[in-house]
Design a protein around this ligand. Structure first.
Ligand code: XMP
Length: 326
């Protein structure tokens, strides 16, 4: 029988068997998957686990603070925060191809985990034991869409699957690898995680890096963060958080169009709203967000974000469009 309780019991036993008494780190992204994976591994091996939060500079507004506060408060887990903003931006400079971006981000995540693991060992002095295992919150759909499932094509390399470097130093622990998102949420509740974490909308590990069409720069990230914060705030106020699976906001950084804002002509960038409804992210439909909510988002973004002079709505289902634009 599939019950969340059974999954927890099985996976706790499996993690203990795999890990023994070795040290383990887990990358936290702020999302549901890594939070549930971390809580499961903590249940299995307690203090052998240290969580690592890599601030890659591709996060939305307020996200770094949220992870530090909410997750630690809920679990009491040991957390190390790595400021890797310059490292990631540097590695992404000049890159526009989506798969290349994904591979670079996957690689830099691993480099950050390796550096964090070395620091941890150094901190614990002469007796310091190396960190052998890395926990990842990989789900079944990530595996399938990265080309790992039976007969599946490589649609895109999820940062934690197809984006891993060949010379990986860690053995992976992936307790959610057979699960779908709704099952992960049930497991999270079973483990006692708060609803605020369990019901968080999905956000991809590569973050805003795959929502800027074109090169990723610090300035473009600021523009997108501002537009995204407005969209999220208005959708939440409208009570749509559970109706909408997620709503990427995408900056078309290489596209410009003519507008008129205030008294003058502008030549700014469009952002795309991509609200979708879905069960498991394998397929999705575009969400029929009420017009008045769309109108508020559009008028606020074009008034409050100087660089954006046009807001457009993506009305494509998946397939043929994927949820993210890259
Ligand atoms: P797509 O764009 O493939 O997205 O329709 C399906 C779901 O997966 C999320 N996504 C990712 N999540 N690492 C992640 O952790 C990734 O590299 C990644 N790429 C896409 C996406 O936000 C959606 O929920």
């Amino acid at each position: 029988d599939w019950t969340a309780g059974n999954v927890v019991a099985e996976q706790v036993a499996a993690v203990r068997a795999q890990v023994g008494d070795a040290r383990v780190i887990c990358g936290l992204s702020g999302g549901v998957d890594s939070a549930v994976a971390a809580a499961l591994v903590q249940r299995a091996v307690g203090d052998q686990l240290t969580c690592v939060f890599v601030d890659h500079g591709l996060l939305r507004r307020g996200e770094a603070e949220q992870v530090e506060k909410d997750f630690v408060a809920a679990t009491g887990v040991r957390l190390v925060v790595v400021d890797a903003r310059e490292q990631f931006l540097g590695a992404l400079a000049g890159v526009t191809d989506p798969e290349t971006k994904r591979k670079i981000i996957g690689r830099e995540f691993i480099r950050s985990f390796e550096a964090a693991a070395r620091d941890l060992v150094a901190e614990s002095g002469a007796s310091g034991e190396e960190v052998r295992f890395l926990v990842q919150g990989t789900l079944y759909p990530d595996v399938v869409e990265s080309g790992g499932g039976e007969g599946a094509a490589n649609i895109k390399s999820h940062h934690n699957v197809g984006g891993l470097p060949d010379d990986l130093q860690f053995e992976l622990v992936e307790p959610l690898r057979t699960l779908f998102k709704d099952e992960v949420r049930a497991v999270g509740l079973e483990l006692g995680l708060p609803e605020g974490i369990v019901w968080r909308q999905p956000f991809p590990g590569p973050g805003l890096g795959i929502r800027i069409i074109g090169e990723v720069t610090a300035e473009r990230l600021e523009v997108l963060r501002a537009a995204d914060a407005i969209a999220r705030q208005e959708l939440t106020l409208a009570g749509l958080d559970r109706t909408i699976w997620q709503c990427p906001v995408v900056l078309l950084a290489d596209v410009r169009s003519v507008g008129v804002q205030g008294d003058g002509r502008t030549y700014g960038h469009p952002v795309v709203l991509r609200p979708v409804s879905s069960e498991d992210a394998m397929t999705a439909d575009w969400t029929r967000v009420p017009y008045d909510v769309l109108a508020r988002i559009s008028s606020r973004i074009t008034n409050e974000v100087r660089e954006v002079n046009r807001v457009v709505l993506d009305v494509t289902s998946k397939p043929p469009g994927t949820i993210e634009w890259e």
